[in-house]
Ligand binder design. Sequence first.
Ligand code: MN
Length: 129
Amino acid sequence: MNNLLIVEDNKTNADVLSRRLGVRGYRTTVAENGQIGVDLALTLKPDLILMDIGMPELDGIEATRALKANPLTQNIPIIAVTASAFDSDRLAALEAGCDEFETKPVDLDSLIAKIKALLEPNASPSPAS
Ligand code: MN
């Protein structure tokens, strides 16, 4: 089972996303701001991080920079999840080191396709026998 770290300051958003991903077979942990997210990433070593951008303490851009600058966490894939659909915000997230970008409200199938692509980059759609 894959462990996902959800870094999201809005409790309702975090709970809903956590529950929906749980139903789809993912184990999730929620961090309520960027600083807690960075700290939990170090201790939990999640398989992948879903990163809100607008957050107190440390925003998603700063948290991503910190995670990607640390050898202990730099290989954990990060998907930015934000309500902003502006190209400039998408670019800022990718420049900070996010591996992918998903806009809110989250389309669960779209998000899971991105999670799978990052966790199983060499997976074939139809497994070889
Ligand atoms: Mn937020």
